[in-house]
Design a protein around this ligand. Structure first.
Ligand code: FUL
Length: 471
């Protein structure tokens, strides 16, 4: 939709609101909007996380940095298998711990002596990042990296020179493995081998990402691309604003409070949407004793509904084992989760169905304008306050999906859903924010007509799609 087109619609829709006696609050000034890279990131929705490295072989979660390189020796590393599992789960990308806190580099970095090159794996000729990035390209998956700022191995950690080392290793990742969709900075910042803590030059690191990978989004407690959601359970609050105020906050211990990360800040100064992280097992790295503690497909579905279903992205960790393969228990759970989701969202009862404004005063709009809400195209939107969806005959459903047209900011703060029953409207669901998407679940309900109302928010809240399911 062209801007001119949008503006004309806004004027008409405003007249329409006046006619119907409802003048919505207008907020002066422009709201923050996502960059094109962030918009693509929103579309990526769900991806896998791979924690792999010396900890896989020592059974630790946080390596000390003193582990011998000889320990790293996967016997049957198969990144194509990782990618097949990701695809079966319906993930659109993967992200790997290129370096965790123990400092071991999964690629032969020129700026470290603690890498795959010093290990016996493939006689020191291997490069996990090369294998994974190439497998991702073969499988049409996006690729991202976690490069821990905290390094318990590097001799220069804790000195200004370590910022050069970090910038150089980051540059290797940004320039040698093709397109990256995300760069991940965790908040852990402990002491190095010399007992010192690092003062990081994050500004310099951010500039490198922008320079070499302008399409990549940076994850951290304060973005700038996307934010930690404030817990490691993979969920975000039902009220989830994509905007955040970062002034006065840093990364890690100095980050915003968990509650703020969970909700974002309405009218926050920057577009920094939430990303929910969680592991399919209790730990982030592989531990054989957790083979029977893999989350079930139903648990994964619940996590998905409370992350992606609340407008956030989900990064689900699946740790490869000592062979360098995804354990069958994890791969089974992921395949079943993928099938569960596919089945749940297969048949959209609203697709192509007639949608009308609730208020008669709006009827001078051409009917096709309203059809944007059920046309299956998230690029077409309409700033409507209340609309009625007609399913043509009585249908059973229990799930409504709404998508806000976030390219022009996030505005809706309250939505109500009613069904037409016994000649009156009966409320079946309500929620707060919408954002990139909101999945609303409610008990099995039968009706022919539904009313969807953006009952509060800054005008114009544009909805791009309304979907209806029964699962
Ligand atoms: C945290 C790390 O300390 C954990 O080991 C894990 O990598 C998690 C995803 O991020 O900051």
């Amino acid at each position: 939709m062209s801007t001119k087109n949008v503006n004309l619609l806004f004027v008409l829709a405003l007249q329409c609101s006046v006619l119907s006696g409802q003048l919505p609050p207008l907020r002066p000034g422009k709201l923050p909007q996502p960059t094109p890279a962030q918009l693509r990131w929103h579309d990526t929705e769900f991806y896998l996380f791979f924690h792999f490295g010396p900890n896989t072989f020592t059974n630790l979660e946080w390596g000390h940095g003193t582990e011998a390189e000889e320990l790293f020796n996967p016997t049957a590393l198969d990144c194509d298998q990782w990618c097949r599992v990701a695809q079966q789960a319906g993930a659109r990308g993967v992200l790997i711990t290129a370096k965790h806190h123990d400092g071991f580099c999964l690629w032969p970095s020129q700026f470290s002596r603690h890498t795959v090159r010093e290990s016996p794996w493939k006689n020191g000729q291997g490069d996990v990042l090369r294998e994974l990035s190439e497998a991702c390209r073969r499988h049409g998956l996006k690729f991202g990296v976690y490069l821990s700022p905290w390094d318990r191995n590097h001799p220069q950690y804790g000195t200004p020179e370590y910022n050069d080392v970090y910038a150089q290793t980051l540059t290797e990742l940004l320039t040698q493995y093709g397109d990256l969709f995300e760069v991940w900075w965790d908040g852990a910042n402990g002491e190095g081998p010399n007992g010192k803590k690092q003062v990081y030059d994050f500004h310099r690191f951010e500039k490198l990402v922008v320079q070499y990978q302008p399409n990549a989004v940076i994850f951290s407690d304060i973005g700038p691309g996307c934010r930690w959601a404030g817990n490691e359970q993979g969920t975000v609050n039902e009220t989830n604003w994509c905007t955040l105020d970062t002034a006065g906050f840093g990364r890690g211990a100095t980050g915003p409070p968990a509650d703020t990360l969970q909700r974002g800040n309405r009218y926050g100064a920057q577009w920094i949407p939430a990303e929910c992280d969680v592991s399919i097992r209790p730990g982030w790295f592989y531990h054989a004793e957790e083979d029977n503690k893999v989350k079930s497909p139903e648990q994964l579905m619940n996590i998905y509904l409370q992350s992606v279903g609340r407008g956030a992205n989900l990064i689900l960790n699946v740790p490869p084992d000592r062979r360098g393969r995804i354990h069958p228990n994890d791969s089974l759970a992921l395949t079943q989760f993928g099938a569960l989701r596919q089945k749940a969202f297969q048949h959209n009862l609203a697709r192509g169905r007639r949608i009308r404004p609730e208020h008669r005063g709006c009827l001078f709009f051409p009917a096709r304008v309203f059809q944007r809400l059920t046309d299956g195209d998230t690029q077409t939107a309409f700033p409507i306050g209340a609309c009625v969806l007609d399913l043509r005959r009585e249908r059973q459903f229990n799930t409504l999906v709404l998508r806000e047209y976030i390219a022009e900011g996030q505005r809706a703060s309250a939505v109500e859903v009613d069904i037409w029953e016994n000649e009156t409207w009966k409320k079946v669901a309500q929620t707060t924010t919408v954002g990139a998407r909101k999945v609303l679940r409610f008990p099995d309900t039968s009706a022919r007509k539904l009313r969807i109302r953006v009952s509060d928010g800054d005008w114009p809240a544009q909805i791009s799609e309304i979907e209806l399911y029964k699962f």
